[in-house]
Design a protein around this ligand. Structure first.
Ligand SMILES: *[C@@H]1O[C@H](CO)[C@@H](O)[C@H](O)[C@H]1NC(C)=O
Length: 212
């Protein structure tokens, strides 16, 4: 009987973990060190060609994996692509208004406070996700680094005019399934089933110890 209940619990865990909206800073942090968005790589889901900057695509992927939505612009009659820094850095962007869950954060104080974990930050042609106190995860533009890093970009003395956006619909359930992103590195690093199974093993072990 106990074993049966544990099994039901486990299945519940695996399913539930798959549907919990993940906070953007948590998803962004998983990719620190990743080279998925490197300059010389083709971006898998948007087919954005190699040899282009993809700081906006890193942010777009994190948003989608967290259950958010990224405003899209038309490339041509049949193709759309996530907006770039031109829009994210513009508080009056008409594209940003198309997805009502994005709120321009207007309460940034003189001392720089007022932002939140998970905010999107855009400044002077670059962008990332706030993952800590004055810490931003973004695709590093320096070719000899060329990976996702977490540093104080956006909070330095040389910052121009950072614009912050906050996703205010945390309860959205419409999460991109991992199968939709066809990069194995994505799937391995982001497997919700993996997290559920881990919880399962712990639960089962606990159950057996209790039964003994
Ligand atoms: C890029 O990074 C390397 C390694 O950290 C550093 O030596 C170099 O000065 C950087 N280049 C620029 C243009 O910042």
């Amino acid at each position: 009987m106990q074993i049966f209940l544990l099994l039901v619990c486990c299945v519940g865990f695996v399913v539930a973990m798959d549907y919990v909206p993940r906070n953007m800073e948590v998803v962004a942090e998983k990719y620190i060190g990743s080279t998925i968005w490197a300059f010389e790589k083709t971006h898998p889901s948007t087919e954005t060609p190699a040899n282009s900057n993809k700081c906006n695509l890193f942010v777009a992927d994190v948003i989608e994996m967290s259950g958010g939505q990224v405003p899209q612009r038309k490339v041509d009659a049949s193709k759309k692509t996530p907006i770039g820094t031109g829009e994210w850095c513009n508080p009056a962007s008409k594209y940003m208004k198309k997805v009502s869950c994005w709120k321009h954060v207007t309460d940034i104080k003189k001392d720089g406070s007022g932002y939140s974990l998970g905010d999107v930050i855009c400044d002077d042609g670059h962008m990332g996700i706030v993952v800590g106190v004055e810490t931003v995860a973004s695709q590093h533009a320096n070719m000899s680094i060329n990976k996702i890093v977490a540093n104080d970009w956006g909070f330095r003395k040389d910052k121009k005019n950072p614009v912050f956006w906050r996703w205010i619909c945390r309860d959205q359930k419409d999460i991109l399934t991992l199968d939709e992103i066809n990069d194995p590195e994505f799937i391995a690093a982001n497997s919700a089933v993996g997290r559920g199974s881990f919880a399962c093993v712990i639960l089962m072990l606990g159950g057996f110890l209790f039964a003994l």
